[in-house]
Ligand binder design. Structure first.
Ligand code: SAH
Length: 243
């Protein structure tokens, strides 16, 4: 298992279809020294085939956490990385998996940060909505004409690259900010929307895009706890003032 204590990295599979793939992912996770597997609405139960493919990583399968929504799976996370075979139309900070920024590397290595690495469905990957809920996108460079790897192969490569980061003591530890969790960002979004409605800036019926764009803005900012406290305090004052 990963020697560096308290590094918290979870591999999250969204609606996987093939139990065999889930088993192979469990094996890849354990081979690379990680422990945590989460499944969002797996289309089939973890069965004999999954255990067969997991081989010596049965413990990872047995301890896999199952969520019934994507939001629940990422709620507690402070750093969420989505893997995607294709460049999408939406602009989003994207890294090749072997060229992740030093800031993200340091965050992954920090005990303060819970990282989730998200993998999509075998047939159609992650939805745009799911991708937009993640902070960064990761791509495994591959043949441009056929870039979509098998789910467990993709996870194996990503886990290998992250293993190198975790064990590389040369990586400068940039001071890691205590960035808030996804859940805290969601609360800020609701608070902000409440204020915007109150001051008649926002009408949910006519401007649906506003909420999505503000959500994106909050996620891109990677707010830390202090910044979050200031913003929430500020919004509460506006609400009190309006009363
Ligand atoms: N047909 C789907 C790909 C599904 S492959 C699509 O076009 O989106 C299943 C999952 O494996 C993907 O959602 C992604 O999480 C991962 N994956 C496969 N190939 C990848 C690549 N080249 N880079 C990053 N992730 C990849």
């Amino acid at each position: 298992m990963i020697k560096k204590n308290n590094i918290d990295i979870e591999f999250i599979l969204v609606e996987p279809s093939h139990p065999g793939n889930i088993g192979a992912c469990a094996r890849a996770i354990k081979n690379m020294g990680f422990k945590k597997l989460a499944l969002v609405n797996p289309r089939k139960k973890i069965n004999e085939e999954a255990f067969h493919r997991a081989k010596g990583a049965k413990d990872i399968l047995e301890n896999a956490v199952i969520f019934d929504s994507f939001d629940l799976a990422i709620n507690e996370k402070n750093l969420i990385l989505a893997t995607s075979a294709r460049k999408r139309t939406i602009q989003w900070p994207t890294y090749f998996v072997d060229n992740i920024s030093d800031e993200i590397k340091s965050q992954m290595k920090s005990e303060m940060i819970k990282t989730g690495i998200v993998f999509g469905r075998e047939d159609n990957g992650l939805s745009n909505e799911e991708l937009q809920k993640c902070h960064y996108h990761l791509i495994i460079p591959a043949n441009e004409e056929y870039s979509s790897l098998n789910l467990s192969h993709a996870l194996q490569i990503v886990a290998f690259e992250i293993r190198k980061i975790i064990f590389d003591d040369e990586i400068n530890k940039i001071e890691v900010r205590d960035v808030v969790s996804n859940q805290e960002n969601e609360k800020l979004l609701e608070h902000l929307m409440e204020v915007l409605k109150k001051i008649d800036f926002y009408d949910p019926k006519s401007s649906k895009q506003v909420k999505t764009r503000i959500d994106r803005l909050i996620k891109k900012s990677r707010l830390d706890k202090m910044e979050m406290g200031i913003l929430r305090g500020f919004l509460s004052k506006i609400i009190d003032f309006e009363k």
